[in-house]
Ligand binder design. Structure first.
Ligand code: 13P
Length: 253
């Protein structure tokens, strides 16, 4: 098998800190649109924790799944304001995003913190979407591949499997900027990530999904998703409107 080619893609939406109850209309609309669309990918939306249960409710009967955006490493305890992976699972989440660059930057999360959170997701029985990616300075300094190597080594917990782990490559400079790497740059990064996953996870590495994230839109999704070792997308802004998000999902028709 050529590595990565038989992996079912995943298109995931990260709402970030957006959405109150009225926003639930978007996943409802999306579920309606999906009834007429035959796609070859899995679909996930990650609303704020306050909406997980509501979004889950409107997606009942659809194949769209719901995830959380972050979790604490512990299962419970004196951690005011934090949410555990077990709590996310209890709310209906099947996945949790960990190590997003906004968490790494705004909350000073290290690779070790990210690995502990991913381990917590595994403990709770949900899938960890582990985000990695270089800054603009690192890319300019020709450090992209070495940054990815050290983030993989540090952020993927022991015992990670393809069934409970997804890696998302999100170049920090491409997030919310409208800028994207070229298809060749995406392929280079993803192929490097695949090689490193093979080293870190053995056979499981060849089966693990590697998503691309950073300014994915309906207009560039098909091209970005065609790059080698890209097994789906992690979408921010364009996941907030069902009409945009479906345009990205359709890259996998
Ligand atoms: P944008 O799609 O808005 O660039 O965000 C990407 C992202 O950070 C998804 O996690």
């Amino acid at each position: 098998m050529t590595e990565g080619t038989t992996i079912k893609p995943l298109v995931a939406g990260n709402w970030k800190m957006n959405g109150t109850t009225a926003m639930v209309r978007e996943p409802r609309l999306l579920a309606g649109m999906m009834r007429d669309v035959k796609t070859k990918c899995d679909i996930l939306v990650c609303p704020p924790a306050t909406l997980i249960r509501r979004v889950k409710g409107v997606l009942k009967g659809s194949r769209i799944r719901v995830g959380g955006q972050d979790c604490h490493a512990a299962a419970s305890g004196a951690h005011t304001g934090d949410i555990s992976a077990e709590m996310l699972k209890d709310s209906g989440a099947t996945h949790v995003i960990v190590g997003h660059s906004e968490r790494r930057t705004n909350h000073k999360e290290t690779d070790a913190t990210v690995a502990a959170k991913a381990k917590a997701a595994h403990r709770a029985g949900i899938i960890a979407i582990i985000c990695i990616g270089e800054t603009l300075d690192e890319r300019k300094g020709d450090k992209t591949l070495s940054v990815l190597t050290s983030q993989i080594k540090g952020s993927i917990p022991e015992g990670a499997m393809a069934s409970n782990t997804v890696v998302a490559y999100e170049p920090v400079w491409a997030i919310g900027t409208g800028l994207t790497p070229t298809t060749a740059e995406v392929a280079e990064a993803h192929t490097h990530i695949r090689t490193e996953l093979n080293k870190a996870m053995g056979e499981e590495g060849g089966k693990t999904r590697i998503l691309y994230g950073g300014s994915v839109k309906p207009s560039n999704a098909t091209e970005l998703m065609s790059a080698a070792n890209v097994n789906g997308a992690l979408v921010g802004g364009a996941s907030l409107k069902a009409a945009d998000f479906i345009g990205i999902i359709k890259a996998y028709m």
